[in-house]
Ligand binder design. Structure first.
Ligand code: HEM
Length: 505
């Protein structure tokens, strides 16, 4: 019989040997061995997990690209790309890459459009949901959005010189818009005294999913520990799903006797294309998905845009004058006019905010097929995780000179962007899995930004600094300070553009 200490020694030697062999394989024999990158990344994926949990994944990978070039090995089986050429290969219409398995941990079963990996299942779901986002449906939603924008302006006017957490107000606004559009009723977040729990829960979903995916054993232990604060934290993911469920149940109760309803959910459930309708569970998963996808993304974009303009008072004045001139020319006393919404400067300011502060800046991970694949001339074996992050492509110095400077003029001088700018600019991703809500997001962004700068002067109080606004990301962005206090000073003689022409769907 062997003694316990002999068994432990043998086990330690075996484990150490296995680890050394793994390291030797990853460094010397792996097909990825010649791809540049930090030493640690070539031997373990855990370094990136900790960077990710701390909220620095995107900025760290960006620095690696600045150091090593457009192709970087960021894990033993993971490569990050940053060239225009790679975008089409990885994300384009003909791509052979599926979303990486980690997406399945991002939501509970049944998976919704965002997490479905199988190409055919995704394409069916996407064509079903696309009905809601058709341009005619979107046109019909404009009055509803205008009504909520007007209410947001009223709420901001009530601040009367005190600072307001713009991030929280914009989140409440975006949540209400999604509720109003998809379910026919606002969630009432702008009216509520306290922000809904849902908004806090959303911040934690990607963090929890990341932990669950990487350390399933630790997650299983944590979920058994009788620590109320921990259990409350972990329950966030379930609460986000429940939110979609309860919203859908309310919707069914209210709308049972309203056959002619015009909300966007009806367009998904009762379209004429003949596709199989979704089950109730699938439907409320998608409701949760849409609420999730449409809330923090839009509100973060608005927040960083406003903050940038408080740092550029001259640009703020220029934008206001431009919007006022457009408004005077078209509809001096009426609602924000089409000419205002078509202002090239307005579009350039929004594009530049999306470029420097994309709400989803992080790696969009995909996996190579069983046959392997070639990206930017690099041969990759089966099951390699590949990704690109728009935080980096949007800062490509050749396409966007002086890339860290907020300069909407780069879009104006190039007539809406050079071919290279358009290719590399991907805040909504590209191809088959690109954002379904892009046009809706643009409509919201334009209406809010135009109304805001026609009616308010924006300033940042001392507590809102470069440091408090530094980016932290867990797939989506949040400022380090968790808020963005701003002053909204109502302009003298500004027209309350009221609820003119607002009609409900
Ligand atoms: C400024 C606002 C927004 C930004 C920056 C944004 C960005 C993105 C990005 C980068 C993706 C791809 C994610 C991935 O591949 O993992 C995505 C997907 C998606 N977005 Fe958005 N989004 C915005 C607003 C919206 C809105 C308002 C909606 C709808 C209410 C929406 C619905 C979706 C959906 C359904 C998907 C999944 C598409 C699919 O997999 O087929 N998004 N979005």
């Amino acid at each position: 019989m062997y003694s316990l200490s002999t068994v432990l020694s043998l086990a330690s030697i075996l484990i150490a040997g296995y680890v050394l062999l793994q390291i030797a394989y990853n460094r010397l024999f792996s097909p990825l061995r010649n791809i540049p990158g930090p030493f640690l990344a070539s031997i373990t994926g855990y370094w990136l997990v900790f960077v990710d949990l701390a909220g620095f994944r995107t900025t760290v990978i960006h620095k690696l690209h600045l150091r090593y070039g457009p192709t970087v090995r960021i894990g033993p089986q993971e490569v990050s790309f940053a060239s225009a050429e790679a975008i089409n290969t990885i994300y384009g219409q003909q791509t052979v890459f599926m979303k990486a398995p980690i997406y399945e941990s991002m939501s509970l079963q049944p998976l919704g459009i965002f997490s479905i990996r199988d190409k055919e299942a995704h394409s069916q779901r996407r064509s079903l949901l696309s009905h809601a986002f058709s341009s005619s449906n979107l046109q019909n939603t404009e009055p509803v959005i205008r009504e909520r924008v007007d209410y947001l302006m009223q709420v901001l006017r009530q601040s009367k010189g005190s600072s307001v957490d713009a991030l929280e107000r914009f989140r409440a606004f975006s949540l209400d818009v999604v509720g109003q559009l998809f379910l026919g009723a606002s969630f009432g977040a702008l009216e509520a005294k306290q922000p809904p729990q849902f908004l806090h829960d959303m911040d934690k979903v990607f963090l929890i999913s990341g932990m669950q995916w990487t350390f399933p054993w630790m997650f299983a232990v944590m979920s058994k520990l009788p620590v109320p604060a921990l259990q409350d934290f972990l329950a966030s993911k379930q609460r986000v799903t429940d939110y979609g469920k309860h919203a859908y149940e309310d919707y069914l109760r209210i709308n049972k006797s309203a056959p002619n309803r015009k909300d966007l959910l009806s367009k998904i459930l009762f379209n004429s294309s003949g596709e199989a309708p979704l089950t109730d569970r699938e439907t409320y998963t998608e409701v949760g998905n849409l609420v999730f996808a449409g809330t923090d993304t839009t509100s973060t974009t608005l927040t960083y845009l406003c903050w940038e303009l408080t740092r550029n008072p001259e640009l703020q004045t220029r934008l206001r004058q431009d919007l006022q001139e457009c408004q005077e020319r078209s509809s001096p006393q009426g609602k924000v006019s089409r000419e205002v919404l078509d202002s090239p400067l307005l579009e350039a300011v929004i594009n530049e905010s999306l470029r420097l502060h994309p709400a989803a800046p992080a790696s969009l991970q995909r996996i190579t097929p069983p046959t392997g694949a070639t990206v930017s001339g690099v041969r990759l074996p089966a099951s390699t995780i590949v990704s690109m992050q728009c935080y980096t492509t949007n800062r490509d110095a050749a396409a966007f000179p002086d890339p860290d400077t907020f300069s909407p003029d780069r879009w104006l001088k190039s007539g809406g962007g050079t071919a290279a700018m358009k290719e590399l600019f991907m805040p909504f991703s590209k191809g088959t899995r690109a954002c379904l809500g892009k046009n809706l997001a643009f409509m919201e962004l334009k209406l809010v930004v135009a109304s805001l700068f026609l009616q308010f002067g924006l300033k940042a109080p001392p507590q809102t600094t470069d440091d408090s606004m530094a980016m932290r990301d867990h797939f989506l962005v949040l400022p380090k300070g968790g808020k963005c206090d701003l002053l909204f000073e109502s302009l003298n003689g500004s027209v309350d553009r009221g609820h003119a022409n607002a009609e409900l769907l």
